[in-house]
Design a protein around this ligand. Sequence first.
Ligand code: CP
Length: 374
Amino acid sequence: MDALIQRAHGCARAVICVHLHFLLKGGYKVVNKPTRRTDDIIGKDLWNIQLDDNGQLKHFLTIEGLGTNILNQILDTAESFAGVNESVKKVPLLRGKTIVNLFFEASTRTRTTFELAAKRLSADVLNMNISASATSKGETLLDTLRNLEAMQTDMFVVRHADSGTAHFIANHVAPHIRVLNAGDGRHAHPTQAMLDMFTIRRNKGADFGKLRVAIVGDIMHSRVARSQIHALNTLNTGEVRVVGPKTLIPKDIESMGVNVFHNLTDGIKDADVVIMLRLQKERMQGALLPSEQEYFQLYGLTEERFALAKPDAIVMHPGPINRGVEIESSVADGDRSVILDQVTYGIAVRMAVMSMTLGGNVGSNEAANHQETK
Ligand code: CP
């Protein structure tokens, strides 16, 4: 029996690795700031299982391959929910639906805002405690899924250390179940990227073509950076820059449609938006940095350096932040920091994605019309 379990587990990992290879191989091939409508890609990206036959969002696994229309639909729907969040606490759009949070990796912001989003849509939410689940007794991922499916669940929100896990799960669940990627390895974190786009749009307006956005830090290991780059280019951002040491920037990153800077002062000069990233030490193999102190000296965002960006520039960070490593406290807590707004907007954006995938095509009026009392 043990051998069977081991083999099934190994098989699942092998499939994930194949997905990972495929996804990451494709990950650097989207270039030249494409403006894509969903119509252009239905039936062409066969691996892109996140759209249904009508081009509507079915799962949300990656930004890559989605058109400008879908990204704007997410942002517009989130806008209506942001209003709802401010005036009322709940809408009944997903009443009767059961959503399972499957977090195999640590999370503060993503897990809690997914939970709040589901509750504000009136869904029932189950937070799996993975360390106390049968996974720790050797149950395979697929067996865990089958058992959760047997409880009439409707959606899995998945975070996993292995790239490709959310795709793997979406490929193996029952047809009515929806899967949202809450971060897989270093591959993608699509809802984070969309709440970041929402934050930019709220602060800088909807015309991304006018904006220069600098993403600073550990691009190499960052699923957030990868998803942000795809989202920014799909929304036709004027210039997307990545800034960091050579050891933390993938060699062929230009093919994603970004400009590369290894010097922070050049990289953030005249930027409208500066996005700081954490050093993803848990994903680093070997010594890629001399020390955190030296990293801060070269790449830490201080007030003096931030003054090189445009006077009305905003600073963002997906969190968790490491004060004194990638960012100085006075910048993180300063007037132009929107770091906590990002967290707040995460609820509305996750409500938007949940309702679009599970509740059908929810427009802003529909969201507003479904308001309940506090
Ligand atoms: N930004 C982000 O994914 O944070 P958590 O790891 O706390 O979810």
